[in-house]
Design a protein. Structure first.
Length: 169
């Protein structure tokens, strides 16, 4: 499975919370429908080895397939405040949503409160997840999206970045 076998049970998302209802945390590579998600998840699994998640230095665009790069978003905490900030929003996301969220704090993106809460959960637990639902953080709310969220960080369990691969239709 995606998480370390010694994860405490309180790392499971709250199933009675609407922000987490359509989120999957226990999945294998073959459970992912999109080939790009399977590739990136394998990259993450290979990079982490026996650790909880891979080191941040493995977020290297020269090692990630070029066709995936435009669909990536990178989120990480600000050193001073700890608030999550969109560090990079790929051109594919900008084209699909008519928005560039690079530089935004995730708790300030209109309509993204559930999204922000899932990011915070990922940062707190160090576990990856897959989510599918309607876009609520763009004027194009008729669109649906799927996202694979992958934590990267330090051996002490500190998540420094969350790498997101989105598919929007």
């Amino acid at each position: 499975m995606a998480h370390a076998p010694n994860d405490p049970p309180d790392n499971d998302p709250p199933r009675d919370d609407p922000a987490f209802v359509d989120m999957r945390v226990d999945f294998a590579v073959e459970d992912l429908a999109e080939e790009s998600f399977r590739w990136l998840y394998r990259y993450w699994l290979d990079g982490r080895g026996s650790a909880r998640f891979p080191p941040t230095r493995l977020i290297d665009p020269t090692r990630i397939r070029p066709d995936i790069l435009p669909h990536l978003t990178l989120v990480g905490p600000e050193p001073e405040s700890g608030r999550l900030k969109v560090r990079l929003s790929g051109s594919g996301l900008r084209e699909a949503t008519d928005r560039d969220y690079t530089g935004w704090y995730t708790d300030e993106v209109p309509g993204a409160k559930p999204l922000h809460r899932r990011f915070e959960w990922c940062r707190r637990t160090g576990r990856p997840y897959v989510y599918s639902g309607h876009v609520t953080w763009s004027p194009l709310t008729f669109k649906r999206y799927s996202v694979l969220a992958l934590p990267f960080g330090q051996p002490d369990g500190t998540v420094e970045r969350i790498l997101l691969l989105a598919s929007i239709a």
